[in-house]
Design a protein around this ligand. Structure first.
Ligand code: NI
Ligand code: MN
Length: 284
């Protein structure tokens, strides 16, 4: 409530500053041109200052739902990434309890497409995925979709989504072709998040890191994806401010010691690793 109140005050102050500044600018343009330089510096400074304080009141909240599933709250919108809950032994919630405005899928495997069809059907959420997965969803009666592909970005009302390469498979649960797997770069007013999807380590993570990543979500489970050693190198290539390990401990075959990995990330790469238990959140 405190934050909500502050947001309102900042919003009204911002509009007052804007309208007064416009008036002064118009006046000075006629009366004393040299003053415009000072006001020209002052107005962007005030606007920036209040935008920063306003966004601090509503940070992007990133909740781990277990395995590689996330629920992200951005500016009043709920965005799910890879919502796999029903058959997920470590899921923190059931699919029926989730609301969603948008669902982003990294690839077609069952532990990523998960409950997308039922959630999209119930909530009407728009599903964002590669062209082939979107075609498969349309065939199941999910019409509110947005097809994309690797290298492309698109501006949505919650932020900008860009699909990046990932080295993996993407076959759909019924055996249909699911195109190529992807990672997701999501840029909001609060910063940039990179969900690597399921992938091996690759050198082009250096290129992806040039976007300036505030939070990287990386698989560490080994067997199907990068293991701890390669994920450590991924941190080196991506240079994120913080990193969250995922895709481990869901089943015995991908068992890992995430706390030990987080310690290595801090010691060897000087990057903060945040180990989230299913149901826990961090901020962007
Ligand atoms: Ni996969
Ligand atoms: Mn997977």
């Amino acid at each position: 409530m405190l934050f909500a109140g502050q947001e309102t005050i900042f919003a009204s102050q911002k509009s007052v500053i804007h309208s007064e500044s416009r008036g002064h600018l118009a006046l000075h343009a006629f009366l004393s041109p040299p003053c415009c330089g000072i006001i020209g510096l002052f107005v962007p400074w005030m606007t920036t200052r209040f935008r920063i304080e306003g966004s601090a009141a509503m940070p992007t909240d990133i909740k781990f739902l277990g395995h590689a599933s996330f629920q992200i709250e951005i500016a009043g919108k709920t965005v799910l990434i890879d919502p796999f809950l029903t058959d997920n032994p470590v899921a923190s919630t059931s699919a029926d309890e989730l609301s969603a405005d948008a669902i982003i899928l990294t690839h077609g495997h069952g532990d990523h497409v998960g409950d997308t069809v039922s959630i999209a059907r119930r909530t009407g959420a728009q599903v964002i995925a590669n062209f082939e997965i979107v075609g498969w969803l349309n065939g199941q009666g999910i019409e509110n979709t947005h097809p994309m592909h690797i290298g492309g970005s698109h501006v949505f009302d919650f932020g900008t989504v860009k699909l990046t390469i990932a080295h993996h498979g993407s076959g759909l649960p019924d055996g249909s072709y699911g195109g190529n797997p992807a990672g997701v770069l999501l840029t909001t007013d609060d910063g940039t998040l990179y969900h690597a999807g399921d992938t091996a380590l690759f050198m082009d993570m250096q290129l992806i890191g040039e976007a300036g990543i505030d939070l990287a979500i990386l698989p560490i489970g080994d067997n199907f994806t990068m293991g701890p050693d390669d994920a450590l190198r991924a941190v080196e290539f991506l240079r994120p401010k913080r990193v969250v390990p995922v895709h481990y401990n869901t089943w015995p075959v991908i068992e890992q010691d995430a706390a030990a990995w987080a310690e290595r990330v801090a010691q060897e790469k000087s990057v903060q690793a945040i180990v989230l238990q299913p149901g826990e959140s961090t901020e962007l």
